[in-house]
Design a protein around this ligand. Structure first.
Ligand SMILES: Cc1cc2nc3c(=O)[nH]c(=O)nc-3n(C[C@H](O)[C@H](O)[C@H](O)COP(=O)(O)OP(=O)(O)OC[C@H]3O[C@@H](n4cnc5c(N)ncnc54)[C@H](O)[C@@H]3O)c2cc1C
Length: 434
């Protein structure tokens, strides 16, 4: 690597679970060093929200303004540079990324297209739901894949709830996708309606229906079967209609059409099924990508066709040695890969050897709002495959978020943020009412 004269440039594209952790930790690690690498974080958004909590932002059971971290403030605090905008292309021979132009909401051009040079590039641009080309989804369905999408859905939910109350109308919500995202959103919406009842709308629940549609034979296919069946029973007890084996063939303005000829009426539709990388990854200057637009990486997390480019988190695809399938797109994988790069990148810059990335499956958790939570322990440790639920699972879910905050903000600041959240939960309404 040519780093003799200039400071090496590390560009991280995507400030989510993985990217923000790498930028913040390495920024602090090298802060104050004269020959420290320049770390630049590029993100299309201006603030970070931990993605596994987007369903609570979408339902309004958490306030987005209290949970987001603005990149500019984080960059100053952790010692990296934030560059706003969306990565849209790559020139590997010039070692430059291409940034799309940025426009104001009224269409004015704010920042023209730009190029940014790198010595090492880390791609951590995440994933989005996959509609598998199903007609009508783009036109009629909300997604909750990003901070902005979750906030837009929440604005719509609040408008519709108000209409229900004032005009004595109905709100029929249908969610496609019985994975963790769909399951967690459905439970959170019940919690929203229940909390709203406490603010002067006692019979609101009778105006609202929630249907969860899953194409496969059971919810939460990635979890053990006993968790799937217990989750379904708990959701049904909360009043949610769960339909498994329901293959959606089209979305229309007033509901979903099913492959078996059936129909589910809905006035608010959410698509939370499937996972794929952003489309531009499939044509990124010859980098190898899967059918789902994920970049294929080696055990060192370097892309197969360019050792200067790393891909981590949901946008990467790594099949561990001896495994048949790639690692799943989860926050757990994203965090472990970030941790690996935090150790590996300084060694790469010093020309020292690096070990391969090794994934430790610590299990999985799903949270049903304040009602319940389920967990299963992974292949690592003594209790492989053991499942648990209730307070312990809820606390474990909370700890995932709190440890993410501690990693990006530092132990004490992360602890203070937790304290502020606890105080706010006593002082403020439990749902967004603005
Ligand atoms: C509702 C919900 C609940 C979930 N619950 C869990 C859970 O309980 N446990 C679990 O392990 N996983 C969960 N997940 C999955 C988990 O959130 C993801 O696996 C994880 O966020 C992946 O991290 P990442 O860093 O790869 O991507 P992300 O965290 O999605 O970050 C991607 C970043 O890239 C930015 N970006 C995207 N495109 C561009 C571009 N072109 N240019 C610049 N920046 C770009 C985005 O703005 C974002 O900041 C959940 C997901 C959802 C949606």
């Amino acid at each position: 690597m040519e780093t003799a004269d200039a400071r090496p440039r590390i560009v991280i594209a995507g400030g989510g679970v993985a990217g923000l952790e790498v930028a913040s930790t390495l920024g602090r690690h090298w802060r104050g060093e004269r020959r420290a690498p320049e770390i630049t974080l590029v993100d299309r958004d201006s603030a970070h929200v931990w993605k596994p909590m987007l369903h609570t932002i979408a339902a309004g059971t958490r306030d987005i303004s209290q949970q987001q971290t603005t990149y500019l403030a984080q960059a100053r605090e952790a010692g990296f540079t934030y560059h706003p905008g969306a990565l849209c292309g790559l020139d590997r021979s010039a070692r430059e990324i291409h940034m799309a132009p940025q426009h104001a909401p009224d269409g004015r051009l704010l920042i023209p297209p730009r190029r940014l040079g790198y010595d090492l590039l880390v791609l951590a641009v995440g994933s989005q739901a996959n509609d598998f080309g199903t007609p009508g989804v783009a036109e009629h369905c909300f997604g909750i894949d990003s901070r902005r999408q979750a906030d837009a859905f929440n604005r719509e939910v609040r408008i519709r709830l108000l209409q229900c109350l004032v005009q004595d109308g109905r709100l029929d919500i249908a969610i496609v996708g019985g994975g963790a995202t769909g399951v967690e959103l459905a439970a959170e919406l019940v919690q929203l309606v229940e909390s709203a009842a406490g603010f002067g709308a006692p019979d609101l629940a009778s105006h609202i229906s929630i249907t969860l549609l899953e194409a496969g034979p059971r919810l939460l296919a990635a979890f053990p079967e006993d968790i799937s069946s217990a989750t379904q029973a708990r959701l049904e007890a909360l009043g949610i209609r769960v339909m498994t084996g329901a293959q959606v063939s089209a979305a229309t303005a007033d509901g979903f059409e099913l492959a078996d000829g059936g129909r589910v009426e809905a006035s608010l539709e959410v698509w939370a099924a499937g996972v794929k990388g952003p489309d531009f990854l499939s044509r990124l200057d010859g980098l190898e990508a899967t059918r789902n637009n994920q970049l294929v990486v080696r055990p060192t997390l370097q892309t197969t066709r360019d050792p200067c480019i790393y891909a981590i988190g949901d946008c990467s695809s790594l099949v561990p040695a001896g495994a048949e399938r790639p690692l799943p797109p989860t926050a757990q994988v994203a965090h472990q890969q970030a941790k690996y790069l935090i150790e590996a990148l300084p060694r790469v810059l010093e020309g020292r050897p690096v070990r391969d990335f090794a994934y430790r499956d610590l299990g999985a958790l799903v949270s049903l709002g304040d009602y319940d939570a389920f967990g299963s322990l992974g292949q690592f440790g003594l209790f492989n495959g053991v499942t648990f639920r209730g307070r312990l699972a809820q606390l474990s879910h909370v700890m995932l978020y709190r440890s993410h905050q501690a990693r990006i903000h530092g132990f004490w600041r992360g602890g203070l943020l937790w304290l502020v959240d606890r105080l706010n939960s006593r002082l403020r309404a439990p749902i967004r009412l603005d």
